[in-house]
Design a protein around this ligand. Structure first.
Ligand code: C5P
Length: 308
């Protein structure tokens, strides 16, 4: 009797989305990136990324939010696989991404898939990489990737890839207003530069936000939410002004554009207020779709590993 060769995996990794509680943007650097001081916060909207050994490298994307995700070499998960594959001389894998994070929505969905792929390949091939090594590899792929490996709540500096822990208490409840179509991150940064002109100071973190996070009180956190990219996102997508004002009118404690947008993030008092706000925003017809989530949550983590 012949037996089939052992095929490692599949391994499935779940990875969260992020919202920036504070996104302070400095002047453009010589490399084209902007110096940031940001507070990342991982929230419970997830992509599931499955990797399995295959004859050729490949990626496919599934789920209702999959529209617009590239399935060629531009896919960030594929770039992560090739980076690790080249570094460790790995055999090809096929990647399947089930999207629960809005695409091009300012919630780092592509970066999340890259982070998940690094964690999944480490597990599949038993590479024994620690979190720090995974985060460092992530930094080569994109500014948000290290945070999606780490999760929780963390301060990001440099171009966002240098992380430091934050003392944060409690769980925060969020409602996310999804928009039709995405926004290009480089276009939003360029619009931010255009609107602000020259003489932009280096970003300095706001101590009041840190104090609010230590308190665990959403009422204290709400007035500290800040995003320097918001004016640029609103300039490119003026209809978001109404989304933000509707969220506040219907009971949010605070509302901001998430990252480079166009998703808008609303902080609410508790789970029940989140349901109320989600219903009101949906009924208003101002937003296409809403998602409720809470944070902080863990970064990319293995949820399934079949070992034959
Ligand atoms: O690092 P990542 O590839 O995710 O960045 C996408 C784009 O966002 C960059 O090409 C750049 O235009 C912009 N960006 C920036 N400054 C940062 C992070 C991103 O200008 N700190």
């Amino acid at each position: 009797m012949t037996t089939a060769p052992l095929v490692p995996g599949p391994v499935t990794v779940r990875v969260p989305a992020k919202v920036n509680l504070e996104l302070l943007v400095g002047p453009p650097r010589d490399d084209g990136y902007h110096a940031l001081s940001t507070v990342f916060h991982a929230v419970s909207l997830y992509d599931d990324v499955t990797v399995s050994a295959a004859d050729t490298w490949g990626v496919d994307v599934a789920g209702p939010l999959a529209v617009g995700v590239p399935t060629d070499g531009d896919n960030l998960a594929m770039r992560a696989a090739r980076l690790l594959g080249g570094r460790f001389d790995l055999d090809p894998v096929h990647i399947t991404i089930r999207k629960g994070i809005p695409v091009s929505g300012g919630m780092a969905g592509g970066s999340a898939d890259a982070a998940a792929t690094l964690v999944a390949l480490d597990e599949l091939w038993d590479l024994g990489l620690d979190r720090e090594e995974l985060e460092e590899l992530g930094g080569e792929l994109g500014s948000d990737v290290p945070f999606l490996v780490a999760g929780g709540t963390a301060v990001g500096s440099g171009r966002g890839e240098l992380l430091a822990p934050v003392l944060a208490r409690g769980t925060y409840h969020w409602v996310f207003a999804l928009a039709d179509g995405g926004l290009s991150t480089p276009a939003v940064y360029a619009e931010c530069d255009r609107l602000r002109g020259a003489d932009v100071p280096d970003p300095v973190a706001n101590p009041a936000l840190m104090a609010a996070l230590r308190s665990g009180d959403p009422h204290e956190l709400a007035p500290q939410l800040a995003n320097d990219l918001q004016d640029a996102a609103l300039s490119l997508r003026p209809e978001l002004v109404e989304v933000l004002s509707s969220g506040m009118e219907y009971g949010a404690l605070g509302g901001i554009v998430s990252g480079s947008g166009p998703t808008c993030a609303f902080l609410v008092e508790d789970n029940e207020s989140g349901i109320d706000l989600a219903v009101a925003l949906t009924a208003s017809g101002v937003v296409r779709d809403v998602r409720r989530a809470n944070g902080p949550v863990h970064g990319a983590h293995v949820i399934h590993h079949r070992v034959d």
